[in-house]
Design a protein around this ligand. Structure first.
Ligand code: UD1
Length: 327
């Protein structure tokens, strides 16, 4: 059932946040988006009100929480580029960790009881087992993963000390776009495989690299659990329902529980786009684990989440449609 009070969505003009905002709108929730538009886009916010500003700005956040009597926050605003986090760690500890701390402090001050946090599979680092459960040891190998893990830990400790309840969703490899083509991933200088491959398919790039063909995987290329952004978004609405119903705080993986190799992804892009890509085999990229697949049972059990787009072809089709639209 829809909320009476608006939900504050930080980073709601970004790729994932904008899909969640759209779904919240479709489900009848009032929404206030807070986004500084550093990587987000104004026209990606197709529901609710957009306030341009920083989620680490205590004065602004306090004013919004009070003005709208917010009692649930979804926090997407963050930097997300792993190599950049290695080169400029304080940017990540500042914008991701310190900003979350400021936001949580405002939430505490204004009695916000429900918090949904965008976390990442990067908290696991390079795990020993290929199937990663929520109890797998966390050991991030880059400042991006650590900046998110520290936010998770702040949430854990604050929840233990107060009546705030939270869900931290650890995203695996998000891809795809709104099937109706209204919004998508507009990120500049994209590095994520599906986006980059679709950019190559529409001629925005002259080639696509495979980073490593000698991994201990069936075809030698890296394997990831690619999840459609629509399913990822719906997990956030389920998380909200769950917290509304009095559910306890949880940390949950969001993935499908199976993966595809880089070659399988590129084959699918060629099949859907009906062309041959210029594929260049290159050495491994530093810090890339061979295989990352979520153990994805807990989220189904706890939230009753049911994915609807668990199909690589649909992921590629929706990504490619969006890339064509951007041309
Ligand atoms: C990483 C992070 C993830 C983060 C995401 C966004 C880890 C473990 N994961 O995902 O949390 O949200 O970045 O920054 O840190 N590949 C190619 N050619 C390309 C691009 C990628 O072969 O041009 C390969 C990679 O080597 C990898 C797979 O494709 O095997 C997926 O890579 P990518 O889409 O960049 O995502 P991750 O690195 O898995």
């Amino acid at each position: 059932m829809a909320e009476t009070n608006p939900i504050l969505v930080t980073g709601g003009a970004g790729y994932i946040g904008s899909h969640v905002v759209r779904q919240l709108g479709e489900a009848g929730y009032p929404v206030v988006v807070l986004d500084n538009l550093s990587t987000g886009f104004e026209d990606a916010v197709i529901h609710g009100e957009l306030v341009i500003g920083d989620s680490g700005d205590r004065e602004l956040v306090s004013r919004l929480l009070q003005q709208y009597a917010v009692d649930a926050v979804m926090h997407f605003a963050a930097h997300t580029i792993v190599p950049e986090s290695v080169a400029d760690p304080l940017k990540y500890y500042g914008n991701n960790t310190s900003s979350t701390r400021n936001l949580l402090s405002c939430c505490q001050q204004h009695g916000v009881k429900r918090f949904i946090f965008s976390s990442t599979a990067a908290v696991y680092g390079i795990p020993d087992n290929t199937e990663i459960t929520e109890d797998t040891t966390v050991a991030p190998i880059n400042p991006y993963g650590l900046s998110k893990l520290m936010s998770e830990w702040m949430l854990r400790d604050l929840a233990a000390a107060s009546d705030l309840r939270y869900i931290a969703l650890r995203y695996f490899n998000v891809a795809g776009s709104d099937p109706a083509g209204r919004i998508g991933q507009s990120t500049k200088n994209a590095t994520l495989l599906v986006k980059v491959a679709c950019e190559a398919a529409v001629g925005k790039r002259d080639h696509i690299a495979i980073f490593g063909t000698d991994y201990p995987t069936p075809d030698g290329t890296g394997v990831r659990d690619y999840i459609h952004v629509e399913d990822l978004a719906s997990a956030h609405l389920k998380a909200l329902d769950y917290l509304d119903g009095g559910g306890e705080s949880q940390v949950l993986n969001v993935g499908y529980g199976h993966g595809y190799s880089v070659r399988e992804v590129l084959d699918m892009v060629e099949q859907v786009a009906e062309l041959k890509l210029d594929i260049r085999e290159q050495p491994r990229r530093a810090g890339d684990p061979p295989t990352l697949i979520a153990a994805a049972d807990r989220i189904r059990e706890v939230l009753g989440w049911q994915p609807e787009y668990d199909d690589l072809k649909v992921i590629v089709e929706t990504s490619l449609n969006w890339e064509r639209k951007l041309l």
